[in-house]
Each structure stands twice: as structure tokens, then as C-alpha cells.
Design a protein. Structure first.
Length: 274
């Protein structure tokens, strides 16, 4: 009797958990552009970015902004409020809502496959925490890699991680580095650099970086993407319909600062009802 009661209880608990999971809603956004429509799914795994994007969409923040930066075989970028009605030749790319969002890396699950929606940000020197722009985003296009390229990609990623860790170590020694520079102490600088390199190598020997996951390898060798951006910029959604529109946008002719010569406008964005 006790065993039967335990079995029934277990079934009820399992059913309740499944109900909770089934009730988790996914958010979709319809992006209407001057070149077509794109449907985007926002990831629940990156709630800060998801909720901020929903807020901005509901406020009409993105309406009539431009894709102000387009690089063929790489990505299309928008979300700069200063791009609204921007005259030709105006420098764009620095606008935003006046705040940033903490990085939400969910790696390797969320990565820069073609169609990924990611947050733009300022560079590591000014922004070592890799915090995201409050509004600027990009949609990945990238390239398709050969299977023979995978080992090289993994090696590049490891070198990228090592460099980032070295810069982190060096940042903690900034005062000492400045003092050595001012004293023109080249021997001291070399010694410090050797010490930091040794610390970096010891760290990665104790914590070997993981290679690309099977999902990443499959995506990068079939769909395409930008693997060098993984774990550097927050991925918070993906295109589920209209990838062909993204393809058309990334192919437009561009001029100074990668701005399309003919404006590509986000005419409207709206959150879709489930």
C-alpha cells in the first residue's frame, strides 16, 4: 500500500512539473522592415535582455530606426535612436537609452549561428564586463565553414579566451604597469609580462577550455555564423521566419561606416500574442 501511495505521489509530482514547463511561454517579435518581415523568438534563458527588448518594442522605441551598420557575410545592426530620420553622412552607432544590461552568456547553448539576435556593446577596454547596449542589437549572418576549419576555429577560440584572461590579469596590475612605463623600466615590464603569461597558462592548464559543441559544429558547417563572437556578446534570440530578408539586407550596397547607401528602415516592431 505504501509503495502504491509513493508511486501515485511520484506521478502527481512529475505531472505538476511537466505542467509548469508547458506553461513557460515563449515571446515572439515581428520586425517589419522596408525590405520585408522578420519573426524573432526571444530566449527565456536571457531574461534581462528579453524583458528589456519587450519593453522597448512596446514603447515603439525601434519604430523608424535604421539598420545603420551592415557588413556582408557578417551581420546587420540596428537600434540606435539617433538613426531615426538621420540625414545621409551622419555618424551613427553611439546612441542608446542611457543604460546598459549585464551580460547574460548561456554558452555553449546559445551561440552565434546564422539568424541569432545578439546585443551590441562597447569594446573590452572600456567595458571589461561585456555589458550590452541598452538598445542596439545585431542579427548574425556570417559564413558557412568547412568541417576541416573546425580545429582552426577551436584554436582561435582558445587564443581568444587566453588573451581575454591575460588582459584581465593585466588590468589588475594597471598601476604597476604605468609606474614601470613612466620609469622606462623595460626589464621590469618584461618580467611582469612573463609572470602574467605564466599565470594565464597555469589557469588554462588547470581549467582546459571546452571545444565547440556538436550543435555548434553542425550549425557552423551547415547554416553558418560567426563563432569568434561566442561568449563575447550576449545572444538573446533568433530569427524563426524571414531569414531570407536578413540575407537581402546584409547584401545591400554600403558606404561610409558600413551604412547602407539606401536606408533600410525598421518600420515597426510588435510583440506577437501566443
Amino acid at each position: 500500500m505504501k509503495k502504491l501511495f509513493f508511486f501515485i505521489s511520484l506521478l502527481l509530482i512529475t505531472s505538476h512539473i511537466n505542467m509548469i514547463h508547458s506553461e513557460v511561454k515563449e515571446t515572439y517579435v515581428l520586425m517589419e522592415t522596408s525590405m520585408g518581415k522578420v519573426k524573432i523568438k526571444l530566449y527565456n534563458e536571457t531574461p534581462k535582455h528579453r524583458d528589456n527588448f519587450i519593453k522597448l518594442v512596446n514603447e515603439g522605441y525601434f519604430n523608424n530606426l535604421l539598420f545603420h551598420r551592415v557588413i556582408k557575410d557578417f551581420m546587420i545592426q540596428g537600434g540606435d535612436p539617433e538613426s531615426r530620420n538621420a540625414p545621409a553622412g551622419k555618424q551613427l552607432g553611439s546612441g542608446g537609452p542611457g543604460y546598459t544590461i549585464p551580460a547574460e552568456f548561456v554558452y555553449p547553448k546559445l551561440f552565434h549561428k546564422r539568424g541569432a539576435l545578439s546585443a551590441a556593446r562597447t569594446g573590452d577596454q572600456m567595458n571589461p564586463q561585456k555589458a550590452s547596449s541598452g538598445s542596439q542589437f545585431y542579427i548574425v549572418w556570417g559564413q558557412v565553414y568547412k568541417a576541416s576549419d573546425i580545429s582552426q576555429l577551436e584554436e582561435q577560440k582558445i587564443n581568444q579566451l587566453k588573451n581575454a584572461y591575460f588582459q584581465q590579469l593585466a588590468g589588475k596590475q594597471q598601476t604597476k604597469i604605468q609606474q614601470l612605463y613612466q620609469a622606462n623600466d623595460q626589464a621590469g615590464l618584461q618580467k611582469l609580462q612573463d609572470e602574467l603569461i605564466a599565470l594565464m597558462e597555469a589557469h588554462f592548464q588547470a581549467n582546459p577550455p571546452q571545444g565547440l559543441s556538436p550543435e555548434q559544429i553542425k550549425a557552423y558547417t551547415s547554416l553558418g555564423g560567426t563563432p569568434h563572437l561566442d561568449n563575447e556578446y550576449t545572444v538573446f534570440g533568433e530569427v524563426v521566419e524571414g531569414l531570407d530578408v536578413v540575407g537581402k539586407i546584409q547584401s545591400v550596397e554600403t558606404g561610409t561606416a558600413d551604412r547602407p547607401k539606401t536606408d533600410v528602415i525598421i518600420t515597426n516592431m510588435s510583440v506577437l500574442e501566443n
